[in-house]
Every structure is written in structure tokens, then in C-alpha cells.
Design a protein around this ligand. Structure first.
Ligand SMILES: [Zn+2]
Ligand SMILES: [Zn+2]
Length: 348
């Protein structure tokens, strides 16, 4: 039996450049129906020091930090002390996080930027020789919106009309992820990068990407072996362990909620979750169950090896490597769009 919790990660508040406080984030999480949030203000753990982590009714608030400024943004969790800006030396960033017993993810490594926002600046990850990071945020919703907003019309179109116009993670990030997972475990998560920016044009006041809007888009769903018990410290450990192990998947939850998606391996009577590793033998079967009919795609070492319109598939493993799953579903006006991304199962 697995217990699934839906979380939205990478959120900015008034402790950095977000417009809402933690109460606003919690309120939005309740309205969006998600279970936990991961706050990551820029270069500060002030809210953590003020004791703002914890359960707020049914919403678990976890506090991490987004490190670095111009490049190499790194989302770190389970850290207690502030870490300096090592923008030009991201290995140092990763090492400092690990030294504190924390873990982290590259935030938006291949974002392209839009000339409409920040004068076209992109905050890319520039050093791929680094070691020791837990994983990558493969889908950063706000980065992908900016990538797609090449004109004001397109910006409005993908904001108001087709929320998945940008069609999932960018190819470069997926390619890099697939390359890295052939050598070691690299956990994929999905993020919103919520700021709830407030802008005003005369009398007209707008919030761009309010928290609630984003909490219904790209979420990371964790799978736990027992339910959370409103025991904050134990619950935080469980969610963090699931993220570190890759016992999680990414869902674009606006058109169809991805809750209920499962991908696992069976070897005899033993079950392995996504994120786990198994030694190759001739009796390993991969199984995928989607919450509704979709196109299930199985990807081995970056290559598509199976695509079927089904709710359930099985596949007998023959080779070593990393096996991950994508599911495409119907979205805006019946178009097919990327919906779910699993973590890989690793066959050694
Ligand atoms: Zn960032
Ligand atoms: Zn951010």
C-alpha cells in the first residue's frame, strides 16, 4: 500500500521577491487541494529561522532555499544555515548543501528566457561537471511559460487559454537528464517557481501567476510507505526521503489530476518503486498504471521503446539502464499534451 501526497515546490514569498506571505501560500494550497509546499526564497532561510515550517491545518509547509543569483540556481532542502552566493562555482554550492546534510536540485538549467521578461535574461545552469547533487527540476513551469511567451499575444495565449502550450519540459533538460541517469541516480522533480508578481497599470492591478493558479499546474507527487501523521519532524523526514530517493513523479494537474499514477517493477514477489535500482535478471517486469486513458511512453536510456494508448502496460526488462515513463493526455480542445513524468527505475 502506498500513500500519495501532492506537493508544489519552488515558491517565493515576501522573504524574497514573492508577493505573498506564508499564510497566503497556505491558503492557496488549500484552495488548490495540494498537501505540501516547498518554499525556496532566494538566498535566505529567514522564514526557517523564524520557525515558519510546520503543519498549517492539512498543509505541510517545508522550507528550503534557492541559491545563487545570476546563474546556477540550486534548490536546496533540509539545510539550516544560510549559504553564500557561489554563482560562479556551483560545485561549492552543492558541497555546502551536502555538508549540512541537505540535498538539492538544479532549478531551471536550460531556460531560454523571453524578451518580455527581465530583458530576455535566462538563469541557466552552466557547469555540468558538478557532482553530488540529488537531481534536476525537469519542468519549471514559469520558465517554460517565459520560453513560450515570445510575443505578448503568445504570452496571453498560454497564460489564459492553453496552459500547457509550452508542452512539458524542454528537450534539452530531458536529454541531459537521460544522459546523467545512465551513469548514476538523478532524481527528477517538477516545480512552479511561484512569485505571484503584482503589477499595476494605473487603476488596474493584476497578480501574474497567483499561487493558486500555479499550484494547479506542475506538481511533484511523493509516494510513502505509511501515511503522514501530523508529526511535523517525522513527516518532513518522510517527504524529504521520498524526494531524495526519487519515489516521486511529476504531474501537470490542470486538465487532469495525475493523482493515482503508479509505475513500479516486480521481481518475484518483491516490488520496487520508481527511483529504485535492481540488478538485472530475466524476471523483472515493469508495470505502469495511469489514472485515466493516455498514451503511455516507456523510455530506456533516452530512447522511446514503447508507446501505447492504454491505462495499464507491462514490460519485461531485457537490458540494463534507466527506464522512465511519460504519459500524454488530452488537454486544451482535445489536443494531446505531456501530462506525467515518472522517475526512472534503474537496472544495473
Ligand atoms: Zn531561479
Ligand atoms: Zn525561483
Amino acid at each position: 500500500m502506498l500513500y500519495e501526497y501532492t506537493g508544489n515546490l519552488h515558491i517565493h514569498t515576501t522573504y524574497s521577491d514573492g508577493s505573498g506571505n506564508i499564510g497566503d501560500v497556505v491558503m492557496a494550497a488549500k484552495k488548490a487541494g495540494i498537501d505540501f509546499v516547498g518554499i525556496t526564497d532566494h538566498n535566505t532561510l529567514q522564514s526557517y529561522r523564524e520557525g515558519k515550517e510546520g503543519w498549517y491545518d492539512d498543509v505541510l509547509v517545508l522550507i528550503g532555499v534557492e541559491l545563487n543569483t545570476r546563474y546556477n540556481h540550486y534548490l536546496a532542502f533540509d539545510v539550516k544555515e544560510d549559504i553564500r552566493d557561489y554563482t560562479s562555482n556551483p560545485q561549492q554550492t552543492i558541497d555546502e548543501v551536502n555538508k549540512q546534510g541537505g540535498f538539492g536540485f538544479m532549478a531551471h538549467p536550460f531556460e531560454k528566457g523571453s524578451r518580455l521578461v527581465f530583458g530576455g535574461k535566462a538563469f541557466t545552469w552552466n557547469d555540468w561537471n558538478v557532482k553530488g547533487h540529488t537531481g534536476i527540476s525537469i519542468w519549471n513551469y514559469c520558465s517554460r511559460w517565459r520560453d513560450a511567451a515570445t510575443s505578448i499575444v503568445k504570452g496571453f495565449y498560454c497564460y489564459y487559454i492553453n496552459r500547457n502550450y509550452q508542452a512539458g519540459p524542454d528537450d534539452e533538460t530531458l536529454r541531459k537528464w537521460d544522459e546523467l541517469t545512465q551513469t548514476r541516480k538523478v532524481v527528477g522533480i517538477g516545480c512552479s517557481d511561484a512569485h505571484a508578481h503584482r503589477v499595476s497599470y494605473g487603476f488596474l492591478k493584476l497578480t501574474i501567476f497567483p499561487y493558486e493558479y500555479l499550484f494547479k499546474t506542475v506538481n511533484t507527487h511523493v509516494l510513502l510507505g505509511r501515511p503522514l501523521k501530523k508529526d511535523f519532524h517525522a513527516d518532513k523526514r518522510m517527504v524529504y526521503n521520498a524526494l531524495k530517493r526519487g519515489h516521486c513523479f511529476i504531474g501537470f494537474d490542470f486538465y487532469w489530476n495525475s493523482r493515482g499514477f503508479r509505475y513500479w517493477a516486480e521481481k518475484g514477489k518483491t516490488r520496487f518503486l520508481m527511483g529504485d535500482g535492481i540488478d538485472l535478471s530475466d524476471d523483472i517486469v515493469l508495470k505502469v498504471e495511469a489514472p485515466r486513458m493516455g498514451i503511455i511512453r516507456l523510455i530506456h536510456n533516452g530512447k522511446l521503446i514503447l508507446a501505447k494508448k492504454e491505462r495499464f502496460i507491462t514490460y519485461t526488462v531485457k537490458h540494463k539502464g534507466s527506464y522512465r515513463v511519460e504519459v500524454y493526455s488530452k488537454g486544451f480542445l482535445g489536443s494531446t499534451h505531456p501530462w506525467i513524468y515518472s522517475n526512472p527505475i534503474y537496472i544495473y
